[in-house]
Design a binder for this molecule. Structure first.
Ligand code: AMP
Length: 396
């Protein structure tokens, strides 16, 4: 796997696909700089080698239109502050202006291109557009994990124009290594904790990881489809009736593959989907009519804890309760603490995909686990076992 460390950028112009798709407030100020900070090490490496960096990204979904609110101009100051270099900006990503700005770039300088998605050719993966982008740099670096699952011009097609001169940036390389640990090379026992709302959105992941893990912990809203399928009473809990057969099939597959499945045994049930609802702990398969399970119960958490603390590799995807409401957030917070404890004892822990990342950030666990993925959809597709086109393009 070629990474940025395999190259010396002295006198070279690096064309770097970053993910600067950051949130902006009503005054168009950046409200979360995580993604800019994540790209910093790769940019600094290029500059310290004596090279220059041409940064390209999308922002929002302008769908081929020049939507002023989605201009990357709004993030120049944030990028300059974080990298510590005054960033130059050009109001196009291809064409004469972009070419001239890239030509004039000197060692140690950074050029930020305008939003790639002002051109629909970007998302269409247009080869001519990709060729124009390619003309702006000598070596191509992909450091945008968040878009690695898209075969867009700047994430995938552009790599064709850099035979022998393309590599992964640090962020993308770290994501690949983290996924590899969970899926292939991690120490055993390997445990996957899957929560979230629905079985249907996680089914491909479950099927793929059954071949890789020793323990599968199932929590959150997914639980009730399994419990009902097994004949339990789940009251008003969230359930996908059309996925009950599938749930039973997953349990059978797990058994035949020697995977130990851990489902909740008790839950914190509520008489309404509300933070102020009446609550009580009940067995997971005896939820009364009018009540719904919204968080893991104490026996369940104790059992999950025991599994997590003996695990050497842990994947966490999805909360075990409706963590957005304080009353039902305690199970997810407790789970975070168990993973933190296991990590302190030497386990490798990866948190990735969708809402678990939001939960981890909200409760301050991001520095207490081994790795928090930056790419929602890209991480989910990796866990589903798909080859991401942005990664394949570098390896080609
Ligand atoms: P996902 O994006 O699939 O990871 O789902 C995350 C969502 O699942 C969060 O918004 C949680 O509020 C929701 N969730 C977790 N547990 C439950 C539950 N018991 N009932 C309903 N929703 C839940």
């Amino acid at each position: 796997m070629k990474t940025i460390d395999d190259y010396n950028f002295e006198g070279k112009k690096a064309l770097i696909r970053v993910d600067f798709n950051v949130p902006l407030d009503a005054d168009l100020n950046v409200t979360d700089t995580t993604r800019i900070e994540a790209a910093k090490p790769s940019i600094i490496k290029v500059l310290e080698d004596g090279g220059s960096a041409v940064l390209m990204s999308h922002l929002g979904r302008p769908k081929g239109q020049r939507v002023p609110e989605m201009s990357l101009q709004h993030i120049i100051d944030a990028v300059s502050d974080i990298i510590g270099v005054e960033v130059k900006f050009v109001e196009d990503c291809i064409g004469e202006k972009a070419a001239e700005a890239a030509n004039n770039l000197k060692a140690g300088e950074i050029l930020l291109l305008e939003n790639l998605r002002y051109y629909q050719e970007e998302t269409q993966g247009d080869e001519g557009f990709a060729k124009q982008l390619a003309a702006l740099g000598d070596i191509y670096i992909n450091d945008a994990f968040g878009t690695a699952h898209r075969a867009h011009a700047s994430t995938t097609i552009v790599a064709r124009f850099f035979p022998g001169k393309k590599c992964f940036g640090y962020l993308l390389a770290n994501e690949i290594k983290a996924i590899d640990k969970v899926m292939r090379s991690g120490d055993k026992p390997v445990t996957a904790i899957l929560g979230g709302a629905k079985v249907s959105s996680k089914i491909t992941i479950i099927e793929n990881i059954l071949d890789k893990v020793d323990h599968l912990i199932i929590g959150g809203g997914m639980t009730y489809t399994f419990v009902k399928a097994q004949g339990g009473s789940i009251g008003e809990s969230i359930c996908e009736d059309d996925k009950m057969e599938l749930a039973l099939d997953i349990l059978k597959q797990a058994e035949s593959k020697g995977v130990q499945v851990h489902l909740p045994t008790d839950v914190l049930a509520a008489d309404a989907f509300s933070n102020d609802a009446n609550i009580r702990v009940v067995p997971v398969n005896e939820i009364p009519a009018g009540w719904q399970g919204l968080d893991a119960g104490p026996d369940t958490l104790a059992a999950f804890k025991a599994v997590i603390l003996v695990s050497k590799t842990i994947l966490w995807n999805g909360p075990v309760g409706v963590f957005e409401m304080e009353t039902f957030s305690k199970g997810t917070i407790a789970l975070g603490h168990y993973i933190e404890e296991a990590t302190q004892k030497g386990a490798f822990s990866l948190v990735g995909g969708g809402d678990s990342v939001a939960a981890v950030k909200q409760f301050g666990f991001q520095d207490k686990v081994s790795y928090v993925s930056t790419g929602g959809g890209a991480m989910l597709e990796s866990l589903e076992g798909k080859t991401l086109p942005g990664i394949a393009a570098i390896l080609a």
